[in-house]
Design a protein around this ligand. Sequence first.
Ligand code: FMN
Length: 332
Amino acid sequence: MSALRIGPYTLPNSLILAPMAGVTDGPFRQLCRRLGAGLVVSEMVTSDVRLWNTRKSSLRLPHEGDPEPRSVQIAGGDPQMLAEAARRNVELGAQIIDINMGCPAKKVCNKAAGSALLKDEPLVREILQAVVAAVDVPVTLKIRTGWDRQNKNGIEVAKIAEQAGIVALAVHGRTRADLYTGEAEYDSIAAIKQAVSIPVFANGDIDSPEKAKAVLAATGADALLIGRAAQGRPWIFREIEHYLRTGEKLPTPSLTEVECILLEHLAALHAFYGDLMGVRIARKHVGWYLATLPGAREFRAQFNRLDSTDAQCANVREFFGERHNDGEGVAA
Ligand SMILES: Cc1cc2nc3c(=O)[nH]c(=O)nc-3n(C[C@H](O)[C@H](O)[C@H](O)COP(=O)(O)O)c2cc1C
């Protein structure tokens, strides 16, 4: 893979953390970046700026210390509101604006946003033109391959995006109607890549170095967007990067390293969200990290009842302490 450029930014590699609401918050983005992601994208921020003073939304806006270039994703269905949201995010420090037309979440789709927009090509054009005109930073777009299998209009949308001045396009290899079922398919991504000359990022079910290599070969994509496989495994980026560069696989991280990364992640979550919310958000991440380790289920049940930051950290240390003594390794 050659170096990837997005507007004025040259990324260290072509592996991107996919935006995931409720997951890719500031702490997780920093961790993924440190462990090998070339770019990380924020959780989606609503385009309704009146809602930005809620705690949930304000935590999703750009923050000092976010890894650069700071890519912030916006979601909504109204061109002028999206343009305003883009402008305001840039004022707050966003360096790339990403528009969400790829997410099937009900909350977004009820308002005809996210991937529901793919159905209405004139509106897609209007939104993209309005956002591109509103800001002087690069604007990227995330789509699915179409509305449903009978209406796979990803190629048309990609061409509209290119004409509107979108600088790069991420494509999840499913239609909106597929939700997350079945296997992501890469032929449609390959066809979209062929149809436009802006960089195309392939997305969907990339969960190992070998799969990453296969998806690059199948799609001809310029970069890969990785979502769920990074949950509890933020080091997947360095594993893929190493494999693509050398053809060799890195050893799985030692238990000691996993413990260090998890404790660092916990501390960052507690600091970012505050004790109450931090403890709650930490539960799912801890579950993901430990999912493949023996005894994780029992541990998780009692861990989820803990309600203080200190108890969470002590408990994780104890879990790893017992396994260090047993000499167990990590099954990644
Ligand atoms: C929990 C969760 C939250 C997501 N939130 C968003 C989002 O805010 N914006 C978006 O464009 N896609 C969102 N997605 C979709 C992902 O970015 C990605 O396209 C999808 O998970 C497929 O990639 P993967 O197989 O690597 O996970 C979300 C996915 C998950 C699982």
